[in-house]
Design a protein around this ligand. Structure first.
Ligand code: PAF
Length: 282
């Protein structure tokens, strides 16, 4: 596996592959890799001859007081995992490489409407930071396909919309959430849970499953369902941020005839902010 730290070295390497007509997949990450990321790499290998993984803890998607400086950085371990999984290139740029005009004076990408609400309400500039860095990574790598996890479902829709609106010539592939046997969605932030909180953490997913079953059984008072889920979570010591039933296509408020739904939840448990979702058809 090649390791590149600058955009110009990355481009030199990619030029050779492109000249040879090889299809390139991109898996953008912030590192501290787990089985969820590895599922993206495995799928990427099925879809392209070359797999490029980026590890970049993107400062602009963290708000003031969030965990940018303490975000787990485990490069040696990550690189060994990627090597074993058959990634071809690891791109690990410095902040100055990605933000040549600095963090506050650079050009940004805003993706309206779908960035509002849910995580966008709790983390006001988060999706602007995500869309901006992902656009930059797309421009650095110019992949044929890029892969993202469904766990960050709002992020996935933000990126799909950006690609559509900016006419970016690539395909976005979504990969289902990888879970622990007890249902907890894998996340680098699960490392913040104490052993006792870790025991309680799967409740978030259980409320999503129960919500889905109640809707499938005919319940349509989503406001009532949301209050029930909040009470469940609060009762177990979570601080719920949101738990909402939305249209899966665009995260709008679901109309009467909506057939494909998403329930999305976010809640803090101790130091960890857990997010999860469930997608289903009626
Ligand atoms: O999902 C993530 O890890 C990040 O938001 C991403 C897409 C790598 C952008 O920094």
């Amino acid at each position: 596996m090649f390791r590149e730290r600058t955009v110009s070295e990355l481009r030199d390497r990619l030029r050779e592959w492109r000249k040879a007509g090889e299809r390139i997949a991109l898996v953008p990450t912030m590192g501290n890799l787990h089985a969820g990321h590895m599922a993206l790499v495995t799928r990427a290998r099925e879809l392209a001859r070359r797999v490029v993984v980026t590890i970049f803890v993107n400062p602009t998607q963290f708000g003031p007081g969030e965990d940018y400086s303490s975000y787990p950085r485990t490069l040696d371990r990550d690189a060994a995992m990627l090597e074993r999984a058959g990634a071809d290139l690891l791109f690990i740029p410095a902040v100055e490489e990605i933000y040549p005009s600095g963090l506050s004076d650079g050009t940004v990408v805003e993706v309206p409407v779908v960035s509002d609400g849910l995580c966008g309400a709790a983390r006001p500039r988060h999706f602007r930071g995500v869309a901006t860095v992902v656009a930059k990574l797309f421009n650095c790598v110019q992949p044929d396909v890029a892969l993202f996890g469904e766990k960050d479902y709002q992020q996935l829709l933000v990126i799909r919309k950006m690609v559509r609106d900016l006419l970016v010539p690539l395909e976005i592939v979504a990969v289902p959430t990888v879970r622990e046997p007890d249902g907890l969605a894998l996340s680098s932030r699960n490392a913040y849970l104490t052993p006792e909180q870790r025991e309680r953490a799967p409740l978030l997913y259980r409320t999503l499953v129960e919500g889905r079953e109640r809707i499938r059984a005919g319940e349509r008072d989503y406001a009532e369902l949301e209050s029930w889920a909040r009470r469940e979570l609060e009762g177990a010591g979570f601080q719920p941020d949101y738990w909402e039933v939305r249209a899966a296509a665009d995260l709008g408020v679901p109309g009467e005839g909506e057939r494909r739904l998403a329930i999305l939840g976010a809640a803090c448990l101790g130091r960890a902010r857990l997010i999860d979702n469930i997608l289903f058809d009626l």
